[in-house]
Ligand binder design. Sequence first.
Ligand SMILES: Cc1cc2nc3c(=O)[nH]c(=O)nc-3n(C[C@H](O)[C@H](O)[C@H](O)COP(=O)(O)O)c2cc1C
Length: 78
Amino acid sequence: MDYINLLNKRYATKAMNGRVAPQEKIDNILEAIRLAPTSSGLQPFEVFVITDKEVKSKIQEIAWKQSQVTSCSHLFVI
Ligand SMILES: Cc1cc2nc3c(=O)[nH]c(=O)nc-3n(C[C@H](O)[C@H](O)[C@H](O)COP(=O)(O)O)c2cc1C
């Protein structure tokens, strides 16, 4: 499948099914972020993967109380 086809098939998930995302998928996302172009490999960001319920609740308070912040199994903060 070529890249444009992949982009056409992407979708935004706002409602979760309650299942925990497999670690392999989380690792793949982190690897994709690590390989993203950042100009001379500067990577001027940090990535936090939040799974702690209490921390997610605190973030939800300052993220317009969006439900997906706490209903997801892994919250990526970049
Ligand atoms: C600048 C920007 C801010 C966004 N903020 C949120 C957000 O607060 N919460 C959220 O669930 N998605 C957020 N998104 C993701 C979008 O809602 C959407 O999932 C994403 O752009 C992919 O959907 P699209 O194919 O319609 O572009 C944001 C996207 C962008 C570009």
